[in-house]
Design a protein around this ligand. Structure first.
Ligand SMILES: [Mn+2]
Length: 435
């Protein structure tokens, strides 16, 4: 993606804004311990509008009846900082790199924000952002209100994130390509995990094999904390301990994926530790796979996530009856939410700059949004039977299975962006047993 993409996104945001100003801050550094920081990762909304990955930056957009203006505040060159951490882009570099009207020194922002807001009545911000940048802006708003003779001043705080995240719903072809890059690396990592897995290994060793691929391929980060869950650990939905020993005869559920140029992938596969599914595992696996394939097949423009959620719950409920785990009629079972005990999570979520892209799921009236080409959603049904659940036939206890792919809505239907990753029983067993 080049500066034109980011420029066009700002233009679209300005079109959506009423008269006013928007202030969007970069992410802050987070400390991990004492003076040691977590790796820095830009705020997704800020990145979406700028493509700028440095901290301590502020984007200001202003719009009046006659003109719109974009100012990017960045850190000026600092010799001391450069000595320790390397030079930042600086003012001159930023002018060349970004198609904004002005680049200014971020040190000037506190002194200038009042002037930027003068004469405006709407201020677009992240309403939940408590950063110093927004505190300064709010102080400026208050000072302007208290200044004699100022007739027009900010009267309404508006949610800028809703506008940005609505734009983020529809991915451009460049964004799709970036997501494909992330998935290509993640695919390689999942296949390596299948091939290297054997009984006696620790879960973290499989995680390490995947992390090696991510780093070796140039991905800066995982898209989220990896779940590598052997046997019954798969029934803890957000299991991230990853320290147990993998046992022969168990399955291992891996929900892990990398981020590429800040775009996520999100993939789950479940496979046998020793390379061969038992009959009981195969029965549950194929039941989940069948639901996943049927839900994916239903995706096309106009379809709503709510429908897919409902459909997946019905199919999972039927599967639970077919496996002899639930007894009764589907309507009554679903009414009583009996299926939720074994299929507790949603069918999928938006994915993009955030693994759980915080784009809207409903329109202004609360109706589930209809799919449009360019939207990307994960489809990830699962069934989970705890080892200590005596209501479940013994042969299924301790089995936890989730299968997750990343699906692009297209003009005519869908494109499974992660279809290259082994998924059927045969494909998985072949991959697991490949040297
Ligand atoms: Mn997911």
């Amino acid at each position: 993606m080049n500066e034109t993409h980011f420029f066009n996104r700002r233009e679209k945001l300005l079109e959506q804004m009423k008269e006013g100003a928007a202030i969007i801050a970069s992410a802050s550094h987070a400390f991990r311990s004492n003076d040691t920081e977590y790796p820095y990762r830009q705020n997704s909304d800020f990145y979406y509008l700028t493509g700028f990955e440095e901290s301590n930056a502020v984007l200001v957009l202003t719009k009046t009846a006659s003109e719109a203006k974009t100012i990017l505040y960045v850190e000026a060159y600092n010799a001391e900082y450069a000595l320790w951490n390397g030079a930042k882009l600086g003012l001159e570099g930023a002018v060349e790199r970004f198609r904004v009207d002005e680049v200014r020194d971020v040190a000037q922002y506190p002194g200038e924000v009042k002037d930027l807001l003068r004469e405006h009545v709407n201020l677009y911000i992240d309403l939940f952002d408590d950063s110093e940048v927004l505190r300064k802006a709010k102080t400026a708003v208050q000072e302007l209100r208290e200044t004699r003779g100022v007739k027009r001043h900010i009267r309404t705080y508006r949610d800028v994130t809703h506008l940005i995240r609505t734009l983020r719903l529809i991915k451009s072809s460049e964004e799709i390509e970036t997501i494909r890059q992330a998935i290509a690396i993640t695919a390689k990592a999942h296949h390596i995990a299948m091939r290297e897995c054997h009984a006696g290994m620790r879960e973290y060793q499989l995680q390490a094999a995947m992390s090696y691929v991510f780093l070796e391929e140039g991905a800066k980060s995982e898209a989220y904390g990896a779940i590598v869950a052997g046997g019954n650990n798969a029934n803890t939905l957000h299991y991230v301990d990853n320290r147990a020993e993998l046992r022969s005869g168990d399955l291992v559920l891996i929900d892990a994926a990398c981020e590429w140029e800040l775009y996520a992938s999100d993939i789950t596969r479940t496979f046998p530790v020793s390379g061969t599914f038992s009959d009981a595992q195969k029965e549950v696996y194929n039941a989940v796979l069948d639901v996943q394939l049927r839900v994916i097949e239903a995706i096309k423009p106009g379809v709503k996530r709510d429908w897919l959620q409902r459909m997946s719950e019905e199919l999972l409920c039927d599967a639970l009856v077919a496996l002899g785990i639930l007894k009764g009629e589907r309507g009554a079972l679903m009414e009583a939410k009996e299926h939720k005990k074994f299929a507790p999570h949603g069918i999928g979520h938006w994915m993009g700059l955030d693994v759980h892209d915080p784009c809207p799921y409903v329109d202004e009236s609360g109706e589930s949004l209809a799919f449009e080409p360019g939207m990307v959603m994960t489809i990830e049904p699962g069934l989970y039977f705890r080892s200590d659940d005596e209501s479940v036939p013994k042969r299924y206890r301790g089995i936890g299975i989730r299968i997750e792919d990343d699906i692009l809505v297209t003009e005519n239907g869908y494109d499974n962006l992660s279809s290259m990753i082994a998924k059927t029983v045969d494909e998985i067993e072949a991959m697991c047993n490949q040297l």
